[in-house]
Design a protein around this ligand. Sequence first.
Ligand code: AMP
Length: 120
Amino acid sequence: MAYDDQNIFAKILRGEIPCDKVYEDEYVLAFNDLYPKAPVHILVIPKGAYVSLADFGAQASADEVSGFFKAVAKIAAEHDLVEAGFRSIANTGVNGGQEVPHFHLHLLGGRAIGPMVSTA
Ligand code: AMP
């Protein structure tokens, strides 16, 4: 799947639309989800143009992959998610229910998040 540079997260990265930023460095931008599903619901996105987790894992450089996950760990610690625990989700493609085609990791915490997936 080709990267669509008109997706909403690409527009946020370019500063064309605002976000509620919680962290930024050379590799990632992180912001609060507009429709939070938990007391803490942060989206972490790479600055590079990657459609999904699969695309990121296949195409990103070692520095980008490392930078991304180092930032995730830092953000989780900064938001007191580590000790109590949290859920991280990367929806991918149609079956994964991915709505925005720019790779993003959801960090959900601040309460028990519940069963991993619906069995329905
Ligand atoms: P996904 O279904 O994994 O693609 O998740 C997309 C997420 O992006 C959803 O949780 C939305 O609530 C969130 N979202 C959509 N637009 C925005 C926005 N402008 N700012 C912050 N979060 C957004």
